[in-house]
Design a protein around this ligand. Sequence first.
Ligand SMILES: Cc1cc2nc3c(=O)[nH]c(=O)nc-3n(C[C@H](O)[C@H](O)[C@H](O)COP(=O)(O)OP(=O)(O)OC[C@H]3O[C@@H](n4cnc5c(N)ncnc54)[C@H](O)[C@@H]3O)c2cc1C
Length: 691
Amino acid sequence: MLASGLLAPLWLAAFVLARQLTPRDAKSNALYLDDIEPRDVNLKIISPAPDGRVPLFSWETTSIPPQQLSGTLQSKLGAVGQFLSIFEFADVDVSASKTTPPTYNLQGPGNCKVFPGDVKWPSPASWAALKLVTGGALLKPLPQASVCYANTGGSVSAAKCQAMAKSWTDPFAQLDDPLEMLSALYQGMTCQPPAIFNRTNTCLQGGYPTYVVKITNVAQIQLAINFARNTGIRLVIRNTGHDFSGKSGGAGALSIWTHHLKDVAYLPTYKDSSYTGSAIKVGVGVQGFELYAAMDKLSLVALGGECPTVGTAGGWIQGGGHSPVSSLWGMGADHALGFEVVTADGRLVTANKKMNPDLYWALRGGGGGTFGVVTSVIMRVHKDIPVTAVSWNYGTGPNVTAATFSAAFKDYLTTFPEGAKNGIYSYWNVFNFGGAMTFSMAPYFAAGKSLAETRALIEPHFTKLKSLGIPVTPKYTTFPGFHAAYNASFPVEAVNNKGIVTASRMFPKANWATPQAFNTMYTALWATIESGKAIIGYNISPTWARGGKQDTAVNPAWRTGIAYLITGFPHADLYASGAELLAERENFTRGTMESWRKLTPGSGAYLNEGDRIQPNFQWAFWGSHYPRLLEIKKRYDPFNLFYATTGVGSEFYEVRSETGYPDENGRLCVKARPEMYFAEGPEYVEGSEDA
Ligand SMILES: Cc1cc2nc3c(=O)[nH]c(=O)nc-3n(C[C@H](O)[C@H](O)[C@H](O)COP(=O)(O)OP(=O)(O)OC[C@H]3O[C@@H](n4cnc5c(N)ncnc54)[C@H](O)[C@@H]3O)c2cc1C
């Protein structure tokens, strides 16, 4: 619940990237976690059983063993018992069997997933049966902005519509909606408040799923999976909807919505073959701000995103997960000790070092929405540490020319190797508003560093700014622990940006190795800024050693990188045709992003914050891990039940978008000519970045 509805000012929202940052110094305009009423998760203390197994959450104990399906459902289905077959488990037990050849024959016309209106689309009685067996958890929601339009048959309210337009970018107003993908562009822009966008004066479902199961227990997940697999319809998984590419939605799909699985349990002692220490078990619906608050009570730190509202155990950890403490302790995925996951055959399995180790490996970085529905994760945690945070900003103006601004920004980039070596995580942005440029550090996060140590690292840069005649007043704050530092440093980030296309890239240490390499990189980055694009950047260094030397599927480009940069642009005219919009974004992908790729040969991009039309996404998001990931995908999902755009195995499928724009508004079909993985560099050798 919000104490005040203050988010990024609209003039800024029009320009910024998907994160829509609020300048750190404008605290009066930003919403901080301290402004929000705390929302406690259920925190318990548990111990592993003598055989090492960690107890399930109560809602995980409801899982249905395949042999008990009929007994469990007969009593519920009663008169509609003839529908039992649509809930049956797959014959093949994917975790017990060797790889069975994957099928590329879909049940809908044109080798597509069965779609609303198709002859094979489940009958109303089948949907009623699904509702019955899930205890009423099946929803058929209209898009939330349907309150603005008369065509849907839903209730219309001008007042609600107006209020919705106002809170459209506020994550807390969006996350409890069963459908919201937080990405209108990839939803297909078919139903937004008219004050924001209105192409047809109607509200259509577009890329929003058709049905949603609001999950409160594992049995519901199993039944939804079996239903989708047996009927041939599309299945999607949504937790919070934060994925940059709209991977939490899909037209004509049944959605498994895991947002309400909120428990956290503390394991004072956890032991496996390579770790002994404290750990936590986290329900997949728990969001960053909830987890941090729970850990604070235990004087511990768990890794989570810098964005408070991202779901920790869903797409974040499965996609790798960068965090404000990543330069000290590695990636989120490095901390996963085990998962509970419902696989495509409908069975609940454990994936850890002993059980289903290949699935465990894939879930640590291989991406969400691909290998199964995760219900909880066990994570390593760290003892709390003090933090020093610094923020500053400056911009062009009467006394600061663009050339001076550029010299200042360039000088800041020279600090990256030292920052990386010293465990600094910095989060900053550069904007160019028609020639007026701003730099904002929000924040320079020195976890575990004293004020004096932090000053020693960054003061030389302030000396340089002074010599350039740029007036800055850096604000240093020291905090006794992570939670207070986090709450004060990272405001709630806005969502549902207006038609902004983004892409990302990791920049390796090699770009700083010689003055020539550095200058070449800088020239290209400056060209990006001069072209009017913003850069949201990080000085971040989650090396393999810092992550605890874990064998994971995390993109090796994270290990070698010391900078992670995101850029993007807003489409000039969202009312242009799909083909025109596509041409504009291809220009970006093949233009600006190609120049970034040329600077960083063999490096990669972050799959959770990626370009939806990323060329050779397989290498860009996973590097040399990809071939192994694809084999695991084939083994654990031979039915190709799970599909995530640019996910592992997605090269064999395509969404046939209604407008031709790469969005989720269309049928999911087998692709005639898949674009296959090719290596863009040598195989990653763990720890080579530290050599
Ligand atoms: C404002 C903003 C800030 C962000 N900040 C950060 C950050 O600091 N660090 C960072 O690393 N990333 C960040 N991200 C990116 C974020 O990590 C990804 O969007 C992440 O995938 C979100 O996961 P989710 O489960 O919350 O969201 P969703 O969009 O619901 O899910 C993301 C993907 O995971 C799948 N998925 C969701 N739940 C499950 C499940 N239970 N089992 C299997 N698959 C599942 C979905 O199908 C989808 O493919 C940010 C994104 C935004 C929009």
